[in-house]
Design a protein around this ligand. Structure first.
Ligand SMILES: [Zn+2]
Ligand SMILES: [Zn+2]
Length: 391
């Protein structure tokens, strides 16, 4: 299928679905209405819905009439706690909830792909598992999906994200590192407060906090190889209430971004050691807590080259993406099966997570045919002019 072959009727259905989802955003793990709507559309088109033990999200499948591989297509479905100011006629109907990351685009794209694939289901030489995943922004939605076991037997997974910087319909791909691992840390220092005029009678947590900030910032520059991308950012500090009292406690919070597993572990260990060391030298206690977030998105080479080849074959423009220190929980799937995550340009004047973010819906005219062609190319065992792609 090429761009011109997406029928007017399909485009109209797609547009009205997209508007519906955009008007009805729901936050992570609260995607109830969204889940019901996705199921209703799938049922209306006789697409098999699979059991899902999670409260939100939908699993479905197409094909399987003929033998062949099982592959998965994933779309995330959650929105953000942002008050929409895009000015769109189909803006969010809910205050402080908005599809500001394009997940409404992703899920409509997957639904439209499913509806098109369903039309020629008997000719599909394999099975497509559709994953409408809840809670990408927060709350580890992809991990929850993986834990259901729905990916057992799946041999490859594909996912896409809208890209506000790329012109409409331009496809962005990247082999290897694309999105960093996202972790979170908390440090609490507890000391002995006292009079600001008599620090000798206290154990000052503010001085310790200052030392921690300085030392934490040497981890990337002194403990990690310059060839390994990583960043430590301290983003939240709380301590004290007034000018003449040394407080009893201080809290710091921040995030670590990295790609390499060993680097990730090393930064965690060093932050722990720095907390302990600074607490000891200041005669206070220090507590360190670490919250594992999504691992790094590292795209499979063969699958990425397949996306690129199929896009070019369909005359879509393809560019190489730069790796980002931002996260994406598609990586949870890549921990167990090969996958590739790519982008489609939606030419937004404002970035994702901005209250004025808006996608150009014309991008569907690229993304839907590309997904369909990708599934078919995979089932054919790669493309005819490069049979080594999936051998
Ligand atoms: Zn987002
Ligand atoms: Zn997103």
């Amino acid at each position: 299928m090429t761009q011109s072959e997406l029928k007017r009727e399909t485009l109209q259905t797609l547009e009205s679905l997209f508007h519906w989802f955009h008007r009805h955003p729901e936050l992570a793990l609260h995607e109830f209405e969204t889940t019901r709507k996705i199921k209703a559309v799938l049922q209306e088109h006789d697409i098999d819905i699979l059991p899902n033990p999670l409260d939100t999200g939908v699993f479905a499948k197409i094909g399987g009439k003929n033998s062949g591989p099982l592959i998965a297509l994933r779309a995330d479905i959650d929105a953000l706690p942002i008050h929409e100011e895009s000015g769109l006629t189909y803006s969010s109907e809910k205050p402080n909830q908005m599809h500001a990351c394009g997940h409404d685009f992703h899920l409509t794209n997957l639904l439209a792909t499913a509806l098109e694939l369903k039309k020629s289901e008997d000719q599909l030489n394999g099975t497509v598992l559709l994953i409408f995943q809840p809670a990408e922004e927060v709350d580890h939605g992809a991990d929850k999906v993986v834990q259901t076991g729905i990916l057992n037997g799946v041999e490859a997974i594909f996912g896409l994200h809208v890209n506000d910087e790329l012109p409409t319909g331009v496809i962005g791909v990247k082999e290897g590192n694309l999105n960093a691992a996202v972790d979170r840390f908390f440090v609490t220092f507890n000391g002995k407060g006292g009079h600001a005029a008599h620090p000798e009678g206290a154990n000052d947590v503010i001085v310790a906090t200052g030392e921690f900030i300085g030392s934490a910032q040497t981890i990337v520059s002194r403990n990690v190889s310059p060839f390994e991308p990583s960043v430590v950012s301290i983003t939240h500090i709380e301590s004290g209430k007034t000018w003449n009292v040394l407080p009893n406690s201080a809290l710091l919070e921040g995030t670590v971004r990295s790609y390499d597993k060993a680097v990730r572990e090393k930064i965690k260990t060093r932050l722990q050691e720095v907390t302990r060391g600074i607490a000891a030298t200041n005669g206070i206690s220090g507590e360190f807590k670490w919250g594992d977030g999504a691992p790094a998105v590292v795209n499979d080479g063969r699958l990425t080259r397949l996306v690129e080849a199929v896009a070019r074959e369909n005359h879509f423009e393809v560019v190489n993406l730069e790796p980002s220190m931002g996260g994406e929980d598609f990586s949870s799937y890549q921990q167990i099966i090969p996958g590739t995550f790519f982008n489609v340009g939606v030419n937004s004047p404002y970035p994702v997570h901005n209250s004025k973010f808006k996608v150009d819906p014309k991008a569907f005219e690229t993304s839907v045919p590309l997904f369909i062609a990708l599934v078919k190319a995979y089932f054919e065992g790669g493309r005819h002019d490069d049979e080594t792609l999936l051998s």
